[in-house]
Unconditional design. Structure first.
Length: 70
């Protein structure tokens, strides 16, 4: 019997990242995200790679430019 090598590999790639040392937790990005991919962390906001559609709306509204394209 031959081994079955059928498998699916899912790699989460995300175009945007919130720089924790710059984020002021103002919430502007969270309010703008159309798919609710941004949540409040302990000290800064976090983008969920599984939900993010890479639309860039969050980066456009960030007043301190804490969200960068990777």
């Amino acid at each position: 019997m031959e081994p079955n090598y059928n498998f699916t590999l899912k790699i989460n790639t995300m175009a945007y990242f919130i720089k924790p040392d710059v984020c002021t937790s103002c919430g502007a990005c969270k309010d703008e995200c159309p798919v609710e991919a941004i949540s409040e962390g302990a000290d800064f906001y976090i983008i969920d790679a599984d939900k993010c559609t890479d639309c860039g709306a969050c980066a456009d509204v960030c007043p301190v430019e804490a969200i960068i394209a990777q």
